[in-house]
Design a protein around this ligand. Sequence first.
Ligand code: NFS
Ligand code: SF4
Length: 664
Amino acid sequence: MAIMRSGCEGCTEITCTSSKEVLAQDVAKNVRTAYDRVKARGVAACLFGSGGTCCRHCNMGPCQIIDGVESMIGVCGATADTVASRNFARIVAAGTAAHTDHAREMVRGFIETAKGEGPHQIQDVGKLLSLAKVFDIATEGREVNDIALELGKKALAEFGNQEDTPLSMLKRAPAKRQAIWKKLGIEPRGVDREVVEMMHRTHMGVDQDYENIMLQASRCALADGWGSSMLSTELTDIMFGTPVPRRAIVDLGVLKPDQVNVTVHGHEPLLAEALCIAASEPDILDLAKKAGAKGINLAGVCCTGNEILMRRGIPVAASFVQQEMALATGAIEAMVVDVQCVMQSVAEVAKNFHTDIITTNYRAKMPGAVHIQFDEHEALNSAKRILKHAIANYKKRGAFFIPEKTKLDVVVGFSHETINYMLGGRFRASYRPLNDNIINGRIRGVAAIVGCDNFKLSDDAHEIIVRELLRNNILVLATGCAATSLGRAGLVRPEAVEFCGESLAEVCETVGMPPVLHMGSCVDNSRILIAATEMVREGGLGDDICDLPAIGTAPLWMSEKAVAIGQYFVASGAQVVFQSLPVSGAKKFNKYLVEGLMNQVGAHWNIAEDPMEIARLMIRKIEAKRDALGINKKTERVLFDMAMRRDLGTKTIGDVGCTGPVQP
Ligand code: NFS
Ligand code: SF4
């Protein structure tokens, strides 16, 4: 099976109208983007690297292994399967580490908030109480902040747990899944410990059995999904509010000609939230007016964008592949970055303009950028310092171009809680209507489209996949840059029912929801784990995640985090489809990933090379699960009658019964 495209024959041109428009302007004539660099490289990528069989784990190497050629094993005797599995497992460990370091910062911020320090307050008390239960924290007669402080401390202890006790949130998974993890011995203990053990076991001369290496890769990935990512999502929700549906806009057109444009790029919402608060403080607004601007326009890039989009309706200017295009508008006073997914090229692009790249985290500095450390103990003052720097740049703005026509509206904010309320109503929140509609076939199944965008397939790949899924009556859950790209394509709004098959359109119209539900950033993929678990718990669709007619894909994955996510989905029983994985140079290991894992965890990786192939594979897999559940019996097509509509409720997005109506 072909796994990896070599070289750049797979790269395609930009199809996104706004990106093309910006790059065609005179103002952007000196800007070089990743698309240019991919073309300029011109040579095929190294086959050892792309096939996963290059080893640099000791100084007897580097060794480049050719599977099946005896003289081409490692100096130490390592085979292609050992080397590729070690490399793959280290990708999982790196992805998990990134989510974990992010999550730790969020937990520390949560503890500060619980202590009453900093600009934030506990917002979602209901969620605090339900999470307290998971952590065996008594709540009766206690102050909210007292409970939160105990929760924060227990959450922080999950990172460094040295005992053999499993992570607390594993018990949220279906019982059958927990039993599988226990039997395989892959229940994660301390989150940091699983990353350290993964790095140790892939050191030269330790674990040389690819199946055994992958058991730890699963354990490490589960520590991400059911550990750090889930902690980050839940505690962030408690602190900043669990997302509810709201309208917002996406794409480069969200920049404003007459305001100080500040883009927030990276991942940790503590900084972004502080900037949101600071941007509406009178002293900062006065300063902006004095500089001749009408106000401060905050816009997101990458996942930090998705965090503030979900909770505040702050627009998202760009996904990962558009970060250079955003700067190429010449309209941004400052691009504020923290950690992850920030291309080093942004500093180079910014040199063409008055724009400053402001790094804010001691972990992530960059030549050519200005560093203003974000101090969480002084969050508001730090945020103000950053904004003042941006305001000072406004007067220096030269020629600029904002593609006015390309801002698309989206309806976002579909946390697991929202889906629950939206379908079941305020008084009987439940996944019953979703399960029923899957059982009766109006919705064939659920597909999660997650992860990055990259330069290997054209930038409309997500759109192509999702249109095919919707046409086949499959409900789509989206996160990360994939969700931003679907927003740009006009698919993340109720009007997108026009692309759906008849029965899915009917359900979406009745409930008033878009057929693509934006569930947040990449750490928020943990919401999908909870949603899948709730579907199992609701009944009628099997008794484990692996029974559900559901599948995930990260077709344009770029970051190591995406592989960690893929592995925790697989280890949780959900199939995933990627466009490539760097394992094609190791036959047995490759086969193990795309077939063998099934015997252990009830799911495996799938590879499909182009968007249509990915979509069709997902549909086939969903239909096969329906067959296995015995819910594919031919039934008379029943149109919604009044009783059914009443049963689903005549709610619209604006009346989902969570904490409030659609925000403007
Ligand atoms: Ni996810 Fe986010 Fe985007 Fe990929 Fe990067 S921003 S955490 S890794 S590129 S989706
Ligand atoms: Fe080569 Fe083995 Fe060293 Fe890897 S660990 S570089 S395969 S000798």
